[in-house]
Design a protein around this ligand. Sequence first.
Ligand SMILES: NC(=O)c1ccc[n+]([C@@H]2O[C@H](COP(=O)([O-])OP(=O)(O)OC[C@H]3O[C@@H](n4cnc5c(N)ncnc54)[C@H](OP(=O)(O)O)[C@@H]3O)[C@@H](O)[C@H]2O)c1
Length: 252
Amino acid sequence: MNTLQDRVALVTGSSRGIGAAIATLFANEGARVVVHGRDTDAVETVRSQIEATGARVMSVIADLTRYDEIEGMRDRIEQVHGPVEILVANAGGSPSRPGPIEEISEEAWRASVDANLTATFLTIKCFLTGMKERGRGNVITMSSAAARRPNPGSPIAYAAAKAGIELLTKDVAAQAGPHGVRANCIAPETIMTETNQQQIPEQVQETLRGTHPIRRLGTPEDVAQTALFLASDNSAWISGIVVDVAGGSVLL
Ligand SMILES: NC(=O)c1ccc[n+]([C@@H]2O[C@H](COP(=O)([O-])OP(=O)(O)OC[C@H]3O[C@@H](n4cnc5c(N)ncnc54)[C@H](OP(=O)(O)O)[C@@H]3O)[C@@H](O)[C@H]2O)c1
């Protein structure tokens, strides 16, 4: 229960969904966790749930498309918990719908790239210098099965942004590895977060289950356990990889 004892871990986008599951598991494993989001009420709910377990936890609010807000967040974390050793750049999502390329507006394209690729880049940029100076750091990014193969069910702006995150992660691994920093990426298939439970009708869930060699849909805990492995010393010689948490579906 102490795989991450006293390590300072920031999980971006942990006000709900996958990020909240990662933050909760990391806290159970002894990490000093930082819960992050934009929705203050949601962030405080997760923070107080983790605090109730006796863990040391703090919360921060920042829009990750704004570098000045990320810097403010980093400075506040360093004042309270000390420097971030484990950065889970999980925040993101798909503001656009699947459809023909020529019907995607420039605004919608930019919104997907901003919310995923640019936000992940700005977050890593802000924390990497300190990690390299300290000779110690671990970056985990969040892609998607959407980025692993063309799929008419995936919005291409989102998929392309996530594919960019995968290459960015490999570049971080190559550049920062000699300075003691590892970087890996997780690519989940459909995960049954509370939001997806509500938004995906049961009949569609049943159809989706049938598309996975492992005949069930993923849970936030499936992703959190993968993040824990990558964050821990159990994966000490692994860097620059993308892990499909996808019930085998990317094999199809
Ligand atoms: N769920 C899936 O099926 C699935 C599958 C593949 C990949 N993923 C990826 O996994 C990650 C988490 O997914 P999820 O389903 O758990 O998402 P979610 O429930 O929609 O939560 C997204 C989180 O990201 C935060 N966020 C988004 N944009 C932000 C911004 N510009 N600045 C700061 N925070 C921002 C949100 O903060 P607030 O709500 O507090 O504003 C929230 O905490 C995402 O990167 C997503 O693309 C999810």
